[in-house]
Design a protein. Structure first.
Length: 94
């Protein structure tokens, strides 16, 4: 019975990915950090591999548009969330 429970636990944990929030991304020559503009991000990181726009609420509970930009840098996947033209969140995963 213990072996079956162990096998089930291992099989269900295979698809879990850990994401870690960070405050900045270091490139070979620059740093992109929270609070930077979209233009600064694009100048330093180039074009993203993809993006996703959606409607959400900001810190003041007002409805606003947010965009997630996706980059792969040094084998790490970064998701950069932008609201009102500024970076508000940077998340990376392996």
């Amino acid at each position: 019975m213990k072996k079956i429970l162990l096998a089930v636990a291992l099989l269900t944990s295979v698809g879990v990915y850990a994401q870690t929030e960070t405050s900045a991304i270091r490139t070979s020559s620059d740093i992109v950090e929270r609070g930077n503009s979209v233009g600064t991000m694009m100048n330093k990181l180039g074009r993203p591999s993809g993006s996703y726009e959606y409607i959400t609420r900001d810190a003041n509970n007002k409805i606003t548009k947010a965009t997630e930009f996706y980059y792969t840098i040094d084998s790490l996947k970064y998701t950069i969330t932008v609201m009102n033209g500024s970076i508000i969140k940077i998340v990376w995963e392996r």
